[in-house]
Write a protein that binds this ligand. Structure first.
Ligand SMILES: [Zn+2]
Length: 282
């Protein structure tokens, strides 16, 4: 039978609860095992796939269920009726809660696999208790799962917003400017630097809107709106192939959906710009 807590939030916890039933996600590298597009494995699935299981990690609590990921051998994909789905496809095909669980599963497995040895002295590491920490068996240096903070920003100028596209994106798709926060930088510093580096625009007053986990490969996106104080766009030609000012009534052919942080920021700009326009005409 398929066990699946509907409508419950997922909570990160570090220890299994006595007597709690389990739900399991199966991961093959950065893809998730699915049967008929269902990524939560049933008891029947688990019977079939358990011989392919390499390791498991506890993920947290999902309603009354405990949740864990099984790292599976690639050959599991040859089982009749099963396939793997990559994270980008899952981003738009499963609900927010399941996507958060899948993100955590894939990133914890990758972290564990890439910290088998100590980066300081080269000796093996071992898991510390129930926490997601490994430590060197010799020098005790601890290693924690790592996330990389990034800023993503919609730059505005009155009724216009600045959206850009990268060379490898689908035709017509434009989005917000984004980049990694450098060591020693605040999120606000990174916004000033990234926007100027990528499109040659100076900004002021960055306002924080929200954040989103982004497992490509392990970012935490911090979303902002910022006002431009200059107008002439100069694209860097490396990351950005084209950038333009878009009027709120004449937006690009394609922008990310509001379920993605960049899309949410664009929607925020449209709401603000059209609200201002209505107030002016009213
Ligand atoms: Zn060490």
């Amino acid at each position: 039978m398929l066990k699946k807590p509907i409508n419950d939030r997922f909570k990160i916890t570090f220890a299994e609860r006595k007597g709690a039933e389990k739900v399991v996600i199966g991961a093959v590298n950065r893809s998730i095992l699915a049967r008929k597009h269902e990524v939560i494995l049933s008891d029947d699935d688990l019977e079939l796939v358990k011989s392919f299981c390499i390791s498991t990690i506890f993920l947290g609590a999902w309603g009354d269920f405990d949740c864990e990921v099984w790292e599976l051998e690639r050959d599991v994909c040859f089982l009749d009726g099963y396939s793997t789905i990559n994270l980008r496809t899952l981003l738009i095909s499963i609900d927010e809660v399941q996507f958060a669980i899948v993100c955590r599963a894939v990133q914890l497995l990758e972290w564990k696999k890439s910290h088998i040895y100590c980066g300081l002295c080269g000796n093996p590491t071992e898991i510390q208790g129930h926490e997601n920490t490994v430590a060197c068996i010799r020098c005790s240096k601890p290693y924690y799962p790592r996330i990389s903070p990034c800023v993503i920003v919609v730059v505005t100028k009155g009724d216009y917003c600045l959206l850009a596209r990268q060379l490898n994106w689908a035709d017509g798709l434009f989005s917000a400017v984004a980049g990694f926060i450098e060591v020693g930088e605040s999120a606000e510093d990174a916004i000033h630097r990234e926007v100027y580096e990528e499109v040659g625009i100076h900004v002021r007053k960055p306002v924080y809107v929200g954040s989103q986990t982004w497992p490509f490969p392990s970012q935490l996106m911090l979303g902002f709106m910022a006002e431009a104080t200059s107008e002439i766009i100069t694209v860097d030609g490396k990351e950005i192939s084209e950038a333009r000012w878009w009027h709120c009534d004449n937006m690009p052919p394609s922008v990310p959906p509001p379920s993605v942080l960049s899309g949410l920021l664009i929607e925020r700009f449209l709401t603000n710009a059209k609200g201002t326009a209505n107030r002016k005409s009213g």
